[in-house]
Design a protein around this ligand. Structure first.
Ligand code: AMP
Length: 214
């Protein structure tokens, strides 16, 4: 299964990607997660990327493409992958198309998940992530059993810097301008399946699996 998830920040791509990765037994590749790990590790890439991430801006294509390609070439992607948060610009999409073509690979589908803007802002602002294991929560929709504590590993929950409201709105604007045009790019290739992201986590997952079975 080679699947790409597209959709605005806060629509639940990361949550769905993790569930789908488990369901299909393939790795979840999130360029946002990789970048956040680089920032935590204090690497040169992390240092450069952080300047853009804290502003809600996109990290330059050349940095992302080199990073993504080396992830794509790891052994675990042989049975497929669920890619989330990449590509984010038309040049990234064109470069990804070429990477796949060079390897003789094809995507099975591009699933776009959508929801109204105010809902997305509320979701992002409510999002919390476990500092230790990365499990996602939402104070409005999917709260942990104990406030501020991860159900899975007991680690502390925190809010990502780029989930603060002003940055969230900026990231929505960047999505409309830079990433939304990718839907037409993949529609032209016949890959696009649309899913309503304003449903519950379970209902969105069921909808994605339904459109994939078509
Ligand atoms: P995400 O977790 O996917 O929302 O990504 C968090 C931040 O990482 C974004 O707001 C960007 O600053 C950066 N980022 C992640 N993926 C990409 C990408 N494919 N291209 C450019 N910047 C990215």
């Amino acid at each position: 299964m080679r699947l790409m998830l597209l959709g605005p920040p806060g629509v639940g791509k990361g949550t769905q990607a993790k569930l789908l990765a488990k369901a299909y037994g393939v790795p979840h590749i999130s360029t946002g997660d990789i970048l956040r790990q680089e920032v935590r590790d204090g690497t040169e890439l992390g240092r450069q990327a952080k300047e853009y991430m804290v502003r809600g801006a996109l990290v330059p294509d050349d940095l992302i493409l080199a990073m993504f390609e080396s992830r794509l070439d790891r052994e675990d992607t042989r049975p497929g992958f669920i890619v989330d948060g990449f590509p984010r610009t038309i040049p990234q999409a064109e470069a990804f198309d070429r990477m796949l073509a060079r390897r003789g690979l094809k995507l099975d589908a591009v699933v776009t998940i959508e929801a109204p803007l105010e809902e997305l802002v509320r979701r992002s602002a409510g999002r919390r992530v476990c500092r230790q294991c990365g499990a996602p929560y939402n104070v409005y929709y999917q709260p942990p059993k104990v406030e501020g504590v991860c159900d899975v590993c007991g680690g502390p929950l925190h809010q990502r810097d780029d989930d603060r409201e002003e940055t969230v709105r900026r990231r929505q604007e960047v999505y409309r301008a830079e990433t939304a045009p990718l839907i037409a790019h993949y529609e032209a290739q016949g890959f696009v399946r649309r899913v309503d992201g304003s449903q519950s986590v379970e209902a969105v997952l069921a909808s994605v699996q339904k459109v994939l079975a078509r």
